[in-house]
Design a protein around this ligand. Structure first.
Ligand SMILES: NC(=O)c1ccc[n+]([C@@H]2O[C@H](COP(=O)([O-])OP(=O)(O)OC[C@H]3O[C@@H](n4cnc5c(N)ncnc54)[C@H](OP(=O)(O)O)[C@@H]3O)[C@@H](O)[C@H]2O)c1
Length: 252
């Protein structure tokens, strides 16, 4: 029997949707029939994916916002709920790597945690009551690898998000709400090109040495798993952390 993901008519909110994994996820969910609320700071890029989705018969509603502060996030949640009604699926993708020095400032640590942990926690918490009321919901957090190569404030923040997710997954499991995390290894996106591996040579050298598959992943490799976890087909998977990394992890 073909696998019907049954996402038609469901409403999904995707953060970090202007680029990389978030953009691929928003487009993939729209292709499967979900109405997608797409958010990030760059409004023009959100408008662009909204047009792309429309061209293929999907619906992406762009809502530009910076989710780093409690007030902005609160305003955003109010606007979205008024415009779209109850959200069934939340995908927290916004974030990015933050390598820091041993003497990094309090501000650097606060900024890294606000984007990579607190915004995701606040957004999921704001949407949970409606999901529990409906008896169905999906929260999917894109976190990261569990073994830092050096001091990185984002890896610490993502570790917090992994364990927050695991704990809350147990508390809401009987309400039909699943909470899962995905750990990308090296996926070829804006931040990886800009901050981590700026040249093709450095990417190739890293992939040959550390990734058994010998290549970086594509955003769609992660988006495909997110779409599955968002669907009713994944109803018995919760509290999980699932790597998408071409076999890169070792001890984790
Ligand atoms: N790519 C990888 O190999 C990899 C590995 C491990 C973990 N991850 C995680 O996967 C997630 C997606 O990463 P990616 O590689 O796809 O990154 P990306 O291409 O750099 O995209 C990051 C997204 O986050 C949004 N964002 C950043 N700060 C924001 C803020 N304050 N408010 C609202 N939106 C914000 C950006 O949008 P705007 O700039 O428009 O706001 C953008 O849409 C991140 O959480 C990242 O840590 C990725």
């Amino acid at each position: 029997m073909p696998m019907d993901l049954d996402l038609n008519g469901r409403c999904a909110l995707v953060t970090g949707a202007s680029a990389g994994i978030g953009r691929a996820t928003a487009l993939a969910l729209a292709r499967e029939g979900a109405t997608v609320i797409a958010t990030a700071r760059r409004a023009a890029l959100l408008e662009y994916i909204s047009v792309q989705a429309r061209d293929t018969g999907g619906q992406i509603l762009p809502f530009a916002a910076d989710l780093a502060t409690a007030e902005a996030l609160h305003r955003f949640v109010g606007t979205v709920q008024q415009a779209a009604g109850p959200i069934n699926i939340v995908v927290n993708c916004a974030g990015g790597t933050r390598p820091v020095a041993l003497d990094a400032s309090e501000e650097d640590w606060e900024e890294a945690f606000s984007v990579n942990f607190t915004a995701a926690r606040r957004l999921a918490s704001a949407m949970l009551p409606a999901m529990k009321h409906a008896g169905w919901g999906r929260i999917i957090n894109v976190t990261g690898i569990l073994e830092p190569i050096g001091l990185n404030a984002a890896v610490a923040a993502k570790a917090a998000l992994n364990l927050w997710s695991k704990g809350i997954a147990r508390d809401v499991a009987r309400h039909g709400v699943t909470v899962n995390c995905i750990g990308p290894g090296r996926i070829l996106t804006e931040q990886i090109r800009d901050k981590v591996h700026p040249t093709e040579e450095s990417r190739q050298a890293f992939a040959e040495r550390y990734i058994p598959m010998g290549r970086f992943g594509e955003p769609s490799d992660v988006a495909d798993l997110i779409v599955f976890l968002a669907s009713p087909r994944a109803s018995y998977i919760t509290g999980a952390w699932i790597p998408v990394d071409g076999g890169m992890r070792r001890g984790q």
